[in-house]
Design a protein around this ligand. Structure first.
Ligand SMILES: C[S@@+](CC[C@H](N)C(=O)[O-])C[C@H]1O[C@@H](n2cnc3c(N)ncnc32)[C@H](O)[C@@H]1O
Length: 209
C-alpha cells in the first residue's frame, strides 16, 4: 500500500489532541514495559512536536516533571513540562535541568531523536546511531540507578554493537517495533531498564566535566 501521511494513527492522534502520531509508539512501549509512573522526572530528547511529552506528562502527574529538548520549538503549554529549543549536542544540559527544576538523577530518559533523512541509507543510519550514542551518554550522566532508557534507532549494522553497549550498562534490554511504526520505516526502539549507575564519585565527576 502507498505511503499515507494521514493514516489511522495520524487521525487518531488528531482526534485525541496529541501533537503527533508518535504518541502511540510510546503508549505501546509504556503499556508493555510500564516505564512511566506518578512523580517521575523525565528527559524527553527529540521532543518536538511534543506528543511523547504530552503522554508522559499525563502518566507522571502533578508530582512529576518532563523536560523536552528539540532543535524545533514546541508550541504546547503543559503544566508539568518545560521545553527547550536547542541542539542537544551543544546544550549545557546540567544547567538547563537545574533551571527548569528537574530533580536529579532522573527516572527515565526517552529519545525519539531522528536525523533529518537524506534518502541516502548509510548517511541516515550513521546519523541515527550518532544520536543514539548521544542519548546514551546523556542517560549515563543523568539517569538514576535502576532507571529506564528508551531510544530509537534506524536499523543498521550498528544495531548489535549498540545493543551490546546497552547490555553492559542495563540489567534488561528489550527491543520493540511498535504497531504504529510505518511499514516503510526502519526504526526500532530499545527499552533498557535497571540502569547500573557508576559509583557516585565517578558520576559526580561526569556531571562536572
Ligand atoms: C520523530 S521526531 C520526535 C517526535 C516526538 N517524540 C513526538 O512525539 O512529538 C524526532 C525529533 O528529533 C529532533 N532532533 C534530531 N536531532 C536532534 C538534536 N541533535 N538535538 C535535539 N533534537 C534533535 C528533531 O528535531 C525531531 O523533532
Amino acid at each position: 500500500m502507498a505511503f499515507n501521511p494521514k493514516d489511522y494513527y495520524f487521525k487518531k492522534a488528531k482526534t485525541e489532541n496529541y501533537a503527533a502520531r508518535s504518541i502511540f509508539k510510546l503508549q505501546e512501549i509504556d503499556e508493555r514495559f510500564k516505564i512511566l509512573k506518578p512523580g517521575y522526572q523525565v528527559l524527553d530528547l527529540g521532543a518536538a512536536p511534543g506528543s511523547w511529552s504530552q503522554y508522559a506528562s499525563e502518566k507522571v502527574g502533578k508530582a512529576g516533571k518532563i523536560l523536552g529538548i528539540d532543535l524545533q520549538p514546541i508550541q504546547l503549554t503543559i503544566s508539568n513540562a518545560s521545553f527547550v529549543c536547542a541542539d542537544l549536542r551543544d546544550l549545557n544540559l546540567e544547567e538547563t535541568i537545574e533551571t527548569h527544576g528537574i530533580r536529579l538523577p532522573v527516572d527515565v530518559v526517552l529519545s525519539d531523536m531522528a536525523p533529518k533523512t537524506t534518502g541516502i541509507r548509510i548517511t541516515d543510519q550513521t546519523r541515527s546511531v550518532e544520536l543514539c550514542e548521544l542519548a546514551l551518554a546523556t542517560a549515563e550522566k543523568f539517569l538514576k540507578q535502576r532507571g529506564t532508557f528508551v531510544c530509537k534507532l534506524f536499523h543498521s549494522e550498528e544495531f548489535e554493537g549498540f545493543r551490546n553497549g546497552l547490555r553492559s550498562r542495563f540489567g534488561r534490554v528489550e527491543i520493540l517495533r511498535p504497531k504504529s511504526t510505518r511499514k516503510e520505516s526502519k526504526e526500532i526502539f530499545f527499552i533498557a531498564t535497571l540502569f547500573q549507575a557508576k559509583t557516585q564519585g565517578a558520576r559526580k565527576e561526569g556531571l562536572t566535566s
